[in-house]
Design a protein around this ligand. Sequence first.
Ligand code: FE
Length: 167
Amino acid sequence: MLKKTIALTLLVLSACGHASAGGERPKPTRADRIEKSDEAWKEALSAEEYRILRQAGTERAFTGKYWDDHAPGVYVCAGCGLELFSSTDKFDSGTGWPSFSKPMASDRVDEHSDVSYGMVRTEVACARCGGHLGHVFPDGPRPTGLRYCINGNVLDKQPLPEAKPKP
Ligand code: FE
């Protein structure tokens, strides 16, 4: 019984930990981290991608890519191609932005506190290129309870790994 209580407490703590305002998780370390000058990013990205990824912009709800997309696939970072989210974790949040209950792996995104616009939110950024993706909120579906609210215009879609044709 005690074991069960401890396990449940840990589960609750871990589920809330990285979505809470002050609770920053240690940054995942990626050997393949990409650093580019602002000029290089401007050249590499479309104006919309640059505005969101490099200037923490937000697309208008119901106007971007993938918010109403339900086909299987992997959503990769438009800045660096890192596989970020899977269609298997996508859900219809009704917000007009593509929403996921978790990233494909914990080392795919960095999360940190964002206090801009008078709100306390947790920003989600690509762990390889540092590009701004969106925010994560603690009001998602079970079992994670999280809602990764992501700008679709900085995602590209690829087939799920098992659906890729054999070489
Ligand atoms: Fe990236």
